[in-house]
Design a protein around this ligand. Structure first.
Ligand SMILES: [Zn+2]
Length: 75
């Protein structure tokens, strides 16, 4: 996959996704992604974006200030 920012090759890897919802913070670990070797841009596939949205929705319902979720355990 090519980086959308600079056009360099993005390598497959894992990242930690952080979503700040204002009153709570959702941290999702071990999210599969493509990482640009040049500019460190993170690219998610559409599939992962959808799952992340679902995880954030789920975390919202937990009503905790900080939710730390392992992607590999919920996806
Ligand atoms: Zn790049």
């Amino acid at each position: 996959m090519l980086c959308m920012e600079c056009g360099a090759t993005a390598e497959k890897g894992y990242t930690t996704d952080v979503t700040d919802l204002g009153d709570c913070l959702v941290i999702v670990r071990n999210v599969p992604c493509y990482k640009c070797a040049e500019c460190n841009e993170i690219i998610y596939t559409g599939d992962v974006v959808q799952r992340l949205e679902r995880i954030v929705e789920m975390a919202k319902r937990l009503m905790q200030e900080i939710s730390i979720i392992d992607y590999s355990k919920v996806a």
